[in-house]
Design a protein around this ligand. Structure first.
Ligand SMILES: [Fe+2]
Ligand SMILES: [Fe+2]
Length: 323
């Protein structure tokens, strides 16, 4: 994965070229020289993003067999399939940095790479399908739209398509919640209960406060990241509060109020100790998510073996001119 060693003078020239590309806000492409730390940071970030898409299929997949109507089932199936697609684009983007899909999977399964902590929370009612679309995909959009302009070409291009699909995910979630809010008292209570559970974990999706996010400054200097965690969290809150009002739900934060001076909403502090615990593997579903992912990987072994055998035979036939 590391670049080939180069002479100091040559290295300086390459570094200057890289810096100039970043300064022009141009893209770095797979064959361009890049510093090892830049490559490592990107592998970590893109892999974590890919793993999140794949693990993120589990909480909602939990409800596919119990969707309340054919229409809801079709929407949910399409959404969960999109997430699989996002994982695949991102694994492909990551492979252009010189790491294989098998290595990335192994790093997820061994716990050396992480996925977003939001997917370690359970989905307890069908309202959670709506809340995840509205809040979790909504937060993902805030995080991901700036990534369409990220400095690494394959990542930025993958993000453009992903963002288009994420906005469908957010809309279908909001539409589901709106339908439930127009329904019975029981349905309204179900929505409120779901929003109460997902609000704070959604705010945690932007990562720790800027003061405690040591890698952020470097990622911003490299143009990998375009906005700080706190900026994006504020943007999400400002975007979401009017949507909550239109929906008729209460966001579970007594400190939430409009601040005319700042022209932003003030809001309370998420429980960062809970965030740390979930990151350490102690969230409500960490063990279950990993066990399920591991079992799916083992169950799929025959597909990988068959595909490898087929590729080898095809290559053999091509050599012998057999069609
Ligand atoms: Fe996605
Ligand atoms: Fe999504």
């Amino acid at each position: 994965m590391a670049a080939t060693p180069v002479e100091p003078a040559e290295r300086e020239r390459l570094q200057a070229g890289f810096d100039a590309t970043i300064a022009r806000a141009d893209r770095i492409e797979p064959r361009d020289w890049m510093p090892d730390d830049y490559r490592r940071t990107l592998v970590r970030q893109i892999a974590q993003h890919a793993h999140s898409e794949i693990i993120g299929m589990q909480p909602e997949g939990n409800w596919i067999g119990r969707a309340p109507s054919l229409r809801r089932k079709a929407i949910l199936l399409a959404k969960v399939q999109d997430e699989a697609g996002h994982g695949l684009y991102l694994y492909s983007a990551c492979e252009t940095l010189g790491v294989s899909r098998a290595e990335l999977t192994e790093m997820l399964l061994s716990g050396r790479q992480k996925y977003s902590s939001i997917f370690n929370y359970p989905t307890l009612s069908y309202a959670d399908v709506g809340t995840i679309g509205w809040l979790v995909d909504g937060a993902a959009i805030c995080n991901q739209v700036p990534l369409c302009r990220t400095s690494y070409g394959p990542y930025g291009r993958a993000m453009i398509r992903i963002c288009k699909e994420e906005s469908f995910h957010q809309r279908q979630g909001y539409e589901l919640l709106m339908t439930m809010m127009r329904g019975t008292d029981g349905q309204r209570a179900m929505v409120q209960e779901s929003v109460d559970r997902f609000w704070w974990p959604s705010l945690m999706m932007f990562g720790p406060p800027d003061a405690e996010s040591p890698n952020s400054a470097r990622s911003m200097a490299w143009g990998v990241k375009r906005n700080s965690n706190d900026e994006l969290r504020q943007k999400f809150v400002d975007m979401t509060v009017p949507q909550a009002e239109a929906l008729g739900v209460t966001l579970p934060d007594p400190a939430l109020r409009w601040n005319a001076e700042r022209a932003h909403y003030d809001f309370g502090e998420p429980d960062w100790e809970e965030f740390a615990q979930v990151l350490r593997g102690n969230g409500p579903c960490n063990a279950q998510r990993m066990a399920h992912r591991r079992a799916a990987h083992e169950d799929g072994a025959w597909v990988r073996e068959a595909a490898t055998a087929f590729a080898a035979r095809t290559a053999e036939n091509a050599k012998e001119g057999v069609r």
